[in-house]
Write a protein that binds this ligand. Structure first.
Ligand code: DHB
Length: 387
């Protein structure tokens, strides 16, 4: 009997020792190729920067990131997530550059009880698709409601919306209209532009024909350049019609390439490379140093803060990787991000953050989104409305 328990104790020790040496693996699934590769590059760069600054050991456990490129194909995202869970035994799935990619993975997170940290996608419904999803990016309703309320208070009465025709665009269109009409404004037309190889020209012509005070736009990260080019080609920048948008349009990654036509565009967004805080100044400097030629954009902070959430959750669990324990540790967590103060809503696992109203201005020869008003600690309006 005694001998048996000694053997059992020794076996437990060996097992425990082996477990302590196993790294905590994070499966990072991103579009590193294809039309949205810029999102993948930004999130990956921020994840690596966080680890460079904070080390790769947490609560006595080594952290290992396994990066997979889904090429913006949802079937690939699902397959890669499945393989990461089954073969690599990842403790956490992270990344997810676009809504369809995040949605495709949700059933795997639920079945495997593995936390899925959504670092980039922004459709409201995503967090409701699995109790194991936590979001560090943003929601389109947050930005669109903030933009609508500002527009209604600033002399804009009639708007045409021009959004990309997929889930986050539908969220932007719906929540802009809801908030704008509630505040007394009118949406004269709602135009949707296909996501693949977009040609905005015919939609911009229709928008112009309706003679609105402003066009409200949402495009996914990376597609702003072509929108601005066609906006200028049609002379809309000189038409007296104002351009307002979610911050996705004036993406810090590509804004400098827009030229002076972008000056004065007002957007609502959660992150600006010009956000005036010590934390952000240090972030931008370190990001640029580690990634020559790149400027951090609103996608990058989802990666950076997502890593912080994982590190802090592991500290709370003492290095244990039980999925439910990690999710419980993440609920309600609050900290300062380069974007400003953020927290994870303990009820919805969605992000609560400031949304800033910004104007494109030139500073030191570069174009920036300069924040001039703040809607503090905004919850996702769609979830708030459901309650
Ligand atoms: C989504 C993708 C984007 O590139 C963006 O800017 C906003 C939302 C998405 O797919 O959810």
């Amino acid at each position: 009997m005694l001998r048996k328990s000694i053997i059992a104790a020794a076996a437990a020790l060996v097992a425990g020792g082996a477990a302590a040496q196993e790294p905590v693996r994070i499966g990072l699934v991103l579009p590193m190729s294809g039309p949205f590769a810029s999102t993948g590059r930004q999130v990956e760069a921020a994840v690596r920067l966080y680890m460079q600054e904070n080390g790769s050991t947490v609560a006595g456990r080594k952290i290992e990131v396994i990066l997979k490129d889904d090429g913006n194909v949802a079937d690939a995202t699902r397959r890669l997530a499945q393989e990461l869970v089954v073969n690599d035994k990842v403790a956490v799935l992270a990344g997810f550059g676009l809504t369809p990619l995040a949605l495709a993975t949700a059933p795997i997170a639920t079945q495997a009880k593995v936390p899925q940290i959504v670092m980039a996608a922004g459709t409201s419904v995503i967090t409701e698709r699995s109790p194991f999803i936590v979001r560090t990016s943003f929601t389109l309703p947050q930005k669109s409601v903030a933009m609508a309320e500002w527009a209604a208070k600033n002399g804009i009465k009639k708007v045409v919306t021009v959004v990309t025709d997929f889930a986050p665009g539908h969220d932007a269109e719906k929540w802009f209209k809801e908030a704008f009409t509630k505040a007394g404004g009118q949406v004269a037309a709602e135009l949707r532009v296909p996501i693949a190889n977009p040609d905005f020209a015919p939609f911009l012509q229709r928008a112009r024909d309706a003679q609105p005070d402003a066009i409200f736009n949402f495009v996914p990260s990376g597609q702003g350049s072509i929108f601005i080019k066609q906006f200028v080609e049609r002379g809309l920048d000189k038409s007296g019609i104002r351009l307002i948008a979610t911050g996705d349009l004036t993406d810090d990654d590509i804004l400098n390439g827009y030229g002076d036509a972008a000056l004065g565009i007002v957007t609502a967004g959660h992150y600006s490379a010009a956000h005036p805080s010590a934390k952000n100044k240090a972030y931008v400097e370190a990001f640029k140093k580690a990634n020559p030629g790149m400027r951090p954009n609103f996608m990058s902070v989802g990666g950076y803060d997502g890593m912080h959430l994982i590190y802090e959750a592991l500290k709370k669990t003492g290095g244990k990787t039980d999925g439910q324990a990690l999710i419980d540790a993440m609920k309600g967590m609050a900290f300062e991000s380069p974007r400003g103060p953020i927290s994870i809503d303990p009820e919805t696992r969605d992000i609560i953050q400031n949304i800033y109203i910004r104007r494109v201005e030139k500073q030191g020869g570069e174009l920036y989104n300069i924040e001039f008003a703040t809607i503090a600690s905004m919850k996702d309006p769609e979830k708030a409305a459901k309650k």
